[in-house]
Design a protein around this ligand. Sequence first.
Ligand code: FES
Ligand code: FES
Length: 156
Amino acid sequence: MDKKTILLKINNEEHSITTYPNRTLLEILRDDLCLTGTKESCGEGVCGACTVLLDGLPVRSCILLVTETEGKEITTIEGLSGSEKLDPIQESFIEHHAIQCGFCSPGMILTAYSLLKNNPNPDEEEIRHAISGNICRCTGYAKIVEAVKAMSTEGS
Ligand code: FES
Ligand code: FES
């Protein structure tokens, strides 16, 4: 298999990557670009730990070929905050104790961020539906739901 050069737009920065076209977006993010905020757990599209946003929508980067993301806007957890300031959704997760070991948190937070962009006032059912593809083994989900609900336009 021949290598291919592809252009990626990640967190508003352009990257030219020469790589084998059968590599996943997750491998490129973590191994080539050191964007290790994106986590790998199951590696087969089940747990949501590797979630990033592609044109604003959550996708599982462990089952997405990097070639499929060319020309699209990729957002990782590193792109959500400025250099010194966390995004309000990240602050809300901290404030509501919605982070324990933190392994699911990057994917969970990006999923919540995307939900709130598209639906600024989700009810509990909509929040639970949105995060249903993101597995958390620590929190029991109640705190996560509270953190997202607090960010809705009407708050909790
Ligand atoms: S690591 Fe990608 S879905 Fe689990
Ligand atoms: S905080 Fe540990 S898996 Fe979610």
